[in-house]
Design a protein around this ligand. Structure first.
Ligand SMILES: C[S@@+](CC[C@H](N)C(=O)[O-])C[C@H]1O[C@@H](n2cnc3c(N)ncnc32)[C@H](O)[C@@H]1O
Length: 301
């Protein structure tokens, strides 16, 4: 089982269309405390989670990264797989070495364009992100993935961006369309994705694009496709509340800190997301299913 952990909702950046800047998701002051790390990790381990994806906000937010480092150290003690989703903003050489020493299993950098002006107009701190990626690679750390969110504005340079990332030595290059509640020209984004698929596509790409189309056209998911959120992928906020998905904070399965482990484990296995289809499919899902793990073509229950 995989747990996305929103260690806090703070970030050094304020990306133009970020879920948080736009208010689709709410920032709050909750954050994992140093003194709670040991208990949190022990419980996560007992709940049978094997992979923890640290997200936010930004897990490497400059004022709180020391907590993330302590958390990773503890997660590694329990031999759990650790992935970080980050902007890579404000990391220095000591951070780079720390991440390497902690043996993080994957660091996923968000980068929207090889064009500094475009990237900065959408996200910011281009030079920081490039420094972090290049420094890790230079020091022999190659477990880097990148996520490029394709927008109307960066679409015309999307393929060039992916080629540039490849030339830097990044092997796992991902891309996804921007989710926006207001109108956007999806066709421009879709055309860019199609172009990128020809060179950077994988076995999942065609299926992913099809799902994006359906989401954007307000259709239900493709027949026989099963969303894995709430089945083997869960989301926890900084306070330890477990939800099925980033888009379903209305459903709370329980609390990692306060609930009895076997009670909570039972809830994670025997819940309606596990056994029934939920009709929450929508444009927001495009930010999740670029990864083959999120959707299964056949029912796997
Ligand atoms: C919310 S961020 C959190 C982790 C980290 N701060 C980062 O920048 O990667 C996770 C990913 O969601 C993407 N994202 C944010 N808002 C989005 C949106 N409206 N549509 C699609 N992806 C979005 C970001 O670009 C990033 O790749």
């Amino acid at each position: 089982m995989v747990l996305f952990f929103i260690i806090h909702t703070k970030c050094d950046l304020c990306c133009k269309d970020c879920f948080y800047s736009k208010g689709y998701e709410k920032r709050d002051s909750s954050e994992l405390k140093l003194e709670d790390i040991e208990l949190f990790v022990k419980k996560v381990y007992d709940l049978s989670f094997k992979t923890i994806i640290l997200t936010g906000g930004d897990p490497l937010y400059s004022k709180r990264k020391y907590v993330t480092y302590a958390l990773i150290e503890c997660l590694k003690k329990y031999k759990l797989r650790v992935i970080i989703n980050t902007s890579g903003a404000k990391l220095n050489s000591i951070d780079i070495q720390t991440l390497i020493n902690l043996n993080v299993d994957r660091i996923d950098f968000s980068i929207n364009s090889l064009d500094e002006n475009i990237h900065n107009s959408e996200r910011g701190n281009y030079q920081d992100t490039v420094f972090a990626m290049k420094s890790l690679l230079k020091n022999g750390y190659d477990k880097i993935t990148t996520t490029t969110v394709i927008t109307e504005e960066n679409a015309y340079k999307a393929l060039e961006t992916l080629r540039w990332l490849k030339s830097l030595g990044i092997k796992d290059i991902r891309y996804q369309p921007l989710f926006k509640q207001t109108a956007q020209n999806y066709q421009i984004i879709r055309d860019a994705m199609l172009e990128c698929n020809k060179e950077f596509g994988n076995s999942h790409s065609e299926y992913y694009l099809l799902q994006c189309d359906r989401a954007y056209n307000n259709k239900i998911p493709q027949e026989n496709s099963v969303c894995m959120m709430g089945k083997n992928l869960f989301v926890s906020d900084a306070l330890g509340n477990i939800y099925p998905c980033f888009h379903r904070f209305d459903v709370n399965f329980g609390n990692i800190f306060t609930d009895d482990t076997s009670f909570l484990k039972d809830k994670l296995i025997h819940n309606s997301f596990y056994s029934e289809r939920h009709d929450c499919f929508g444009k927001h899902c495009v930010s999740l299913f670029d990864n083959g793990d999120f959707w299964k073509k056949e029912k796997v229950l």
